[in-house]
Design a binder for this molecule. Structure first.
Ligand SMILES: *Cc1c(COP(=O)(O)O)cnc(C)c1O
Length: 399
């Protein structure tokens, strides 16, 4: 069937919540995807920071097919090996004590919120308020939308669950000032993904950790986008010599197979029998893939490769900024980068890049985000930046 037909079918039968680009993607391999006409694209969106090992990676294909033939799911009424292998591997490599699996990032953060509420009831006189940041994104369930900053995601759905207090990001004094007897936790992304790839100062998270200890409240980290290797460490907090009390991880963890998890220290792990649960979470299929992906990352020191490729991408983006005055800032860590533009043209740039064979994300009207797979080659990074440079050159001449 023609591309146009599928687009019509989408308009007729799919809830119109996504602004899609006019292309039907059919197949992928490594950093490349092909559309239904056979046209090839470099994929620097990667399911939005999800496809950590690239498309059709044999590690994932093999784990999926092997486990699908054996057991896809039973129930958390029973023990299954893939879930427990992955829980052990995650805890041993994060410094956390306990894992809980779910199916998405929002669900993982939702778990952190419930963990904090229960902890507050038992340990802090019923305190329940969670301090969150401006420009934060934590998901699309009612509670995670309430924790997120974007008004457009919140306004249509009020009343939202209460108990979230918002402060500027990268400002520990604001957190101190907002802390009261009702505060139970601080919830932060160690770097903000959807908010525009915002990197805090090096001393921000350590200072927040010290404050949480002093105030007797929990530090919860949303590592849904940054976790599982994206920033050049298995978890972003590991750059800063601190540990959270609990964290959420999802996107890159199983390389594209849906999974989410929260990990917690025993001291915060007060959820007991029957107090939290899930049908699909922790299923054998997703966990076997998650285990295989994480084990591959650890055995092959993929975070080190992410750092190396990230440094190459950074150099290329900085030299692009030197030549193209439209680019006013380059920011990122590992393999999550953004360039800030001097005008709100990201949508046009994204459309033009698509024509040129590059999938890239306009994270803000004025910013482009680069989140390629960890397996990306230097040559692919060069090709992608060349395309962006060409497109920015054209657009700067037009306006
Ligand atoms: C993507 C994201 C989420 C939500 O994950 P879903 O799987 O879409 O529910 C939550 N927090 C952060 C930081 C994210 O980047």
């Amino acid at each position: 069937m023609q591309t146009e037909n599928w687009i019509e079918i989408e308009h007729e039968f799919y809830l119109q919540t996504a602004k899609r680009l006019p292309v039907v993607l059919e197949r992928g391999e490594g950093t490349i995807v092909w559309d239904s006409d056979g046209k090839q694209y470099l994929d620097f969106v990667g399911g939005i920071a999800v496809t950590s090992l690239g498309h059709a990676n044999p590690v994932i294909v093999e784990a999926l097919t092997r486990q699908a033939q054996k057991l896809i799911t039973v129930s958390n009424l029973y023990y299954t090996v893939p879930q427990l292998k992955l829980a052990k591997l995650l805890c041993e490599n994060s410094g956390m004590d306990k894992a809980f699996f779910c199916n998405s990032g929002a669900e993982a953060v939702e778990g952190l919120i419930k963990l904090a509420r229960k902890w507050g009831k038992e340990k802090r006189d019923g305190a329940y308020e969670i301090i969150v940041a401006e420009d934060a994104f934590h998901g699309r369930t009612l509670a995670t939308v309430a924790a997120s900053a974007n008004e457009r995601y919140r306004a249509p759905f009020t009343p939202l669950p209460e108990g979230f207090v918002r402060v500027p990001y990268n400002d520990v004094e604001a957190i101190k000032a907002a802390t009261t007897g009702k505060t139970v936790a601080v919830l932060l992304e160690p770097l903000q993904g959807e908010g525009g790839v915002n990197i805090p100062d090096d001393d921000y998270l350590p200072a927040v950790r010290r404050w949480c200890d002093e105030a007797g409240i929990l530090l919860l980290l949303d590592e849904v986008q940054t976790g599982a290797g994206r920033t050049g460490k298995l978890f972003c907090f590991q750059h800063y010599g601190i540990e959270p009390d609990a964290l959420a991880v999802a996107k890159a963890l199983a390389g594209g197979v849906p999974i989410g998890a929260f990990l917690t220290k025993d001291s915060a792990a007060l959820l007991g029998p029957g107090e939290h649960g899930t049908t699909f979470g922790g299923n054998a299929l997703a966990c076997e893939v998650g285990y295989s992906v994480l084990k591959y990352m650890i055995d092959n020191d993929l975070p080190a490769q992410v750092t190396k490729r990230g440094e190459h991408l950074e150099r290329r983006l900085i030299s692009l900024a030197d030549r193209q005055p439209m680019v006013t800032e380059v920011r990122g860590k590992g393999l999550i980068w953004a360039i800030e533009l001097d005008r709100p043209v990201s949508e046009a740039v994204v459309g033009r890049c698509l024509e040129e064979g590059l999938l890239i994300n306009g994270v803000k009207p004025t910013a482009l985000r680069f989140v390629p797979p960890f397996t990306v080659s230097e040559e692919e990074l060069d090709r992608a930046v060349d395309i962006v440079e060409r497109v920015l050159g054209e657009i700067s001449e037009e306006k």
